[in-house]
Design a protein around this ligand. Structure first.
Ligand SMILES: Nc1nc2[nH]cnc2c(=O)[nH]1
Ligand SMILES: [Zn+2]
Length: 508
């Protein structure tokens, strides 16, 4: 068994004190609805669990009635107040990103998926077998994503077990919730970056699972995730063995599906149903034949799925990670999120660094809005479809009513749902994170927007000269403020971030 190059790091300590948060809280109530709690109080106990949500409650009232009701000694309570222009929002959940590709963010030229992997991605990932480099990269990606409000991330590491384990250790130490996957791939990649057999890939996966189990025995913060890279890079024997491992361990699975048209064609060519027993030559049927479609499976992209494939995913209870920045950057196509949701498929958002060019889920959310507009405009295909298909699609989109096209558009509320509660469901944490309900854990961010003062300045927010892009003049409604944040916000607006009640990032 491969040893980690670090001693196991203990899980992050919970917050030392009970905490009282006061101010405005905004979270998703449903897919299309944000709830605004003004002058509210949220109490979070030492274990990081929300034990009370009280409306119309200022500090005086909280001290007089709320804290005594909870039996909390007020001297022992840490108080956090959102100021004017600030609000608490659930932490973001990035349902798909490659920690190992972080150094390449923004570097993709005009490549598309298959040449991008060979040119940019495999060499970088392979180089992270160097423990010092892995530590530098992984420490940075955790700090960077936390600074953007990502409280939970579904990470791909690399094929290297020691550095995969290090990523898990570093997440625990930093207090970031994470799914950490050791990447499996035994074909069609360079010889310097490939598992030598299905058995060695499974053994390496088990080694990483056992390491994470030792480091966080209850998987409270960090969980292993079984990670076949994608079908073209895995033999059917490997996919099947990983499917069996998923069944035996009940662990989550993450992989990619139908991202790019050439990839889809390659899958059909590499895996004829006669060789796999799949019901047809589709990508989804192949994964199903391997036992990889489970209610704990996260499938990134799903851009080019067919109707029967979507029905199969829905039947198996799989979730989709929509990665709009990546799909646009690599010219993969425009995923039809409304279409997926209409078919009962759970969706969340992924940055897919470094196919995606940004570590920010907020960026992914605004691109999800824009990509949905492209779907509405009938430019869903992208990539390399043939003439006949294009013509068929044109006809189809012309026959859709204006109303139907309009439905493809995602709203501000919807993409923020996908970034929080939707993502929580994708990673198996529904009811635990993603909102501010009693019984959920305090994974949250304090967002600050710049309140423009009478002289047209940015008040105290401007003191450091780096207050961000979001100016609020005071006449905006709360939905207007949220829209301004969605379209113009960045990490400068993310003032503080908590995971399970523990402060894990503070913008100085
Ligand atoms: N976007 C993306 N797609 C993939 N398909 C297989 N590997 C990858 C990857 O690293 N990124
Ligand atoms: Zn990916």
């Amino acid at each position: 068994m491969t040893k980690s190059n670090t001693a196991a790091v203990q899980p992050a300590e919970p917050a030392a004190k009970n905490q009282l948060f006061l101010g405005t809280f905004v979270h998703s109530k449903a897919l299309t609805e944000l709830e605004y709690l003004h002058n509210a109080a949220v109490c979070v106990d030492r274990s990081g669990v929300i034990v009370a949500v009280e409306r119309d409650c200022d500090e005086v009232k909280a001290r007089a009635t709320l804290l005594p009701r909870l039996g909390w000694d007020e001297a022992e309570v840490k108080l956090v107040i959102a100021k004017e222009g600030q609000f608490f929002f659930p932490g973001f959940i990035d349902t798909h990103l490659h920690a190992s590709q972080y150094p390449n963010v923004g570097i993709f030229g005009s490549s598309t998926l298959l040449d991008w992997l060979n040119t940019y991605t495999f060499p970088l990932e392979a180089s992270l077998a160097d423990p010092a480099k892995a530590r530098r990269v992984y420490s940075r990606v955790i700090r960077k994503t936390l600074a953007h409000g990502t409280t939970c991330a579904a990470y791909y590491a690399t094929t290297d077990v020691a550095s995969t384990n290090l990523l898990a250790d570093l997440c625990l130490a930093a207090g970031q919730r994470a799914l950490v996957g050791r990447v499996c791939m035994d074909q069609l990649s360079p010889s310097y970056y490939r598992d030598s057999s299905p058995e060695s890939a499974v053994a390496a996966t088990l080694a990483s699972i056992e390491h994470i189990r030792r480091a966080d025995p209850t998987f409270t913060l960090v969980r292993p995730v079984i990670t076949p890279r994608f079908a073209p890079a895995c033999s059917f024997a490997l996919m099947r063995q990983l499917g069996e491992l998923a069944a035996a361990t009940q662990l989550p699975v993450q992989t990619h599906i139908s991202e790019n048209r050439r990839e889809v064609a390659l899958v059909a060519e590499l895996f004829p149903p006669s060789a796999t027993g799949a019901r047809d030559a589709s990508y989804a049927a192949l994964y199903d034949a391997a036992g990889l479609l489970t209610p704990r499976t996260i499938l990134a992209h799903a851009v080019h799925l067919t109707e029967p494939e979507a029905a199969l995913l829905a039947r198996r209870g799989c979730a989709v990670s929509h990665c709009p920045c990546s799909n646009s950057a690599l010219t993969s196509g425009a995923a039809r999120v409304r279409w997926l949701l209409d078919r009962g498929i759970v969706c969340g958002l992924g940055t897919d660094m470094s196919g995606g060019f940004s570590p920010s889920v907020l960026e992914a959310a605004r691109h999800a809005v824009l990509v949905s507009r492209h779907v509405a405009m009938g430019v869903a295909g992208g990539g390399s479809r043939g003439g006949d298909e294009k013509a068929a699609e044109k006809k189809e989109s012309e026959s859709e009513s204006e109303e139907e096209k309009e439905r493809a558009k995602l709203s501000v509320e919807e993409v923020l749902f996908l970034a929080t509660r939707g993502g929580a469901k994708v990673v198996g944490l529904e009811g635990k994170v993603g909102g501010f309900d009693v019984g959920m854990e305090w994974d949250a961010q304090l967002i600050g927007l710049t309140m423009v003062d009478d002289a047209g300045g940015g008040g105290v927010e401007d003191e450091d000269g780096d207050a961000g892009n979001v100016d609020v003049f005071g006449w905006e409604s709360w939905p207007d403020r949220i829209a301004k944040w969605l379209y113009n916000g960045d990490d400068r607006n993310t003032k503080r971030v908590w995971v399970k009640g523990r402060l894990v990032h503070e913008r100085k």
